[in-house]
Design a protein around this ligand. Structure first.
Ligand code: KMH
Ligand code: ZN
Length: 272
């Protein structure tokens, strides 16, 4: 089996210090959390940014500062800025990090419930985002919260509306109102991706650890981090993103899977 790529989603747009005081807002806090994840074994950091007071933003200059600071602290790390942002943001707002020409960025492929909110990704938005990824030569991480999202991205790839093979998918399972985090659902999704693709699984909330174990044994890759889950185990909050990543590393070792360093992850993702 290929080595395991661990992604740390260190911040997100929804989780706050009220949920876990270690959730990062400031540039310094973002660097601290990225470094803890990187040193624990994460090859990839998924980046959202916040104002210092915690308000989610997609401001290009905030992204520039944070991405550069993380790059300095974590040499070689692969950065995947979010184009999802937070629910309610406009498409133009959300696209700002693509103006920095990152090697990868997330690309959300459909509208869905998101707790009490709706995460809007209609077809015109998705065509515009696909065009931007093609123009700026950014490899998307295709975020699929539902099976229809996978169908949409495969159809768009066939028509050349988004970057094609080799594609990389992130199956985000367990968001309230979306596909539950079960091995059966994950297996159903994985069976439909084109040969030669790579995939990561993200289990949200209590789905985090079962999905991490499933990703490891099924030959996929794993994302953890405060964006998705703040608990190391039931009733015990993680003190850092690094603690969450370290648990994935332990699970991988126990299950006989080696962890990829950034250069190896870059090769697996066809970025090198
Ligand atoms: N915050 C969610 C509404 C992404 O990063 O592309 C969207 C999200 C997905 O987190
Ligand atoms: Zn995200």
């Amino acid at each position: 089996m290929e080595k395991l790529i661990i992604t740390a989603a260190i911040c997100g747009a929804e989780v706050t210090k009220a949920h876990n005081p270690a959730v990062p807002y400031t540039v310094e806090e973002m660097v601290r959390e990225a470094r803890s994840a990187f040193e624990a074994g994460a090859a990839v950091i998924h980046v959202h940014v916040r104002e210092d007071d915690g308000t989610p933003t997609q401001d290009r200059e905030r992204f520039r500062v944070v991405l550069e600071a993380i790059r300095r602290a974590c040499p070689g790390v692969i950065l995947i800025p979010s184009t999802g942002g937070a629910t309610g943001m406009t498409p133009a707002e959300r696209l700002q990090p693509t103006e920095l020409y990152p090697e990868m960025a997330t690309l959300d492929r459909g509208t869905c419930n998101f707790g009490d909110d709706i995460f809007v990704n209609d077809m015109p938005t998705m065509r515009a985002f696909g065009r931007r990824m093609l123009e700026n030569h950014i490899k998307p991480e295709y975020e699929c919260f539902e099976i229809g999202h996978l169908d949409t991205v495969l159809g768009m790839a066939e028509k050349g509306l988004v970057p094609g093979a080799p594609m990389h998918f992130n199956f985000v399972l367990g968001v309230s109102g979306c596909t539950p985090a079960t091995v059966g659902n994950l297996d159903h999704l994985v069976r439909q991706i084109p040969a030669g693709s790579t995939w990561t699984v993200t289990g949200v909330g209590r789905g985090a650890w079962p999905m991490a174990a499933a990703g490891i044994i099924m030959g996929g890759h794993v994302r953890v981090g405060f964006e998705d889950n703040i608990y190391l185990e039931k009733g015990r909050k993680a003190a850092s993103n690094g603690e969450l990543v370290a648990k994935v590393v332990r699970l991988a070792r126990e299950l006989g899977r080696e962890v990829a360093a950034p250069d190896e992850a870059r090769r697996l993702l066809s970025l090198a």
